[in-house]
Structures are given as C-alpha cells and as structure tokens.
Unconditional design. Structure first.
Length: 112
C-alpha cells in the first residue's frame, strides 16, 4: 500500500528546485495542448526504445495511466481527500475507489 501524503505543493516549483525545468520550459509547456504533450512523451519514449514498443496494450491501458497521473497530481496539489476529489470533479467515494485501485491506503476520515 502506498501512503497518501497531501502536499499542497506546486509540481512546477518542485521540478524547478531540482533543476529539472526552468521558466522557459514552463512557458513552452503552457503553450502546448495536453494532446501535444502526450504525443511528445510517447514519441520520446518510442525513440529511446528504437521504436520497438511491441506487445504493450497501450490503447487499452491509456485510461488507467492517465487516471493514475491525475490522481497523483491531485494528491500533490491538495491538502486532503475532499480537495483532491473536488479538483478531479469526483465525489469522495469515487475518489476513494480510485485511490484503492491505484494501491493507495484509503483514509476514510480526516481532521479538519
């Protein structure tokens, strides 16, 4: 089980502090659509594998991959389950179901 640690922290700031990105990179990213970003990441991955990405059911796993990325982003940007579920447009029970699906320890109560 993965433990949930709500951070209410900007991923952009975190990556800048690690010197993985800079303001110019953020500017470029802001001007791309999500579809373009996904395409770039897929192409980059395929290039690193010499375009040999066979027998992986990418089409059938895309929903899960994207959903897990959204849940992880919500965890990083929120203070608690309620904020994270609202950010994703889910009710609390749907959000907790996704947490369980992705291997997170599900907390059923929170301190205010």
């Amino acid at each position: 089980m993965k433990k949930i640690e709500y951070k209410n922290h900007s991923i952009i700031s975190q990556l800048k502090n690690l010197n993985k990105i800079d303001d110019q990179f953020v500017f470029y990213i802001e001007n791309l659509s999500l579809e373009e970003l996904i395409s770039i990441k897929l192409e980059s991955t395929l290039r690193s594998l010499n375009f040999k990405f066979f027998n992986f059911p990418l089409w059938h796993n895309t929903h899960k991959i994207v959903s897990e990325a959204l849940v992880n982003a919500a965890i990083n940007l929120s203070n608690n389950n309620s904020e994270a579920s609202r950010l994703l447009g889910l009710d609390l029970s749907q959000y907790r179901n996704y947490l369980a699906e992705f291997g997170y320890e599900v907390i059923t109560w929170e301190k205010s």
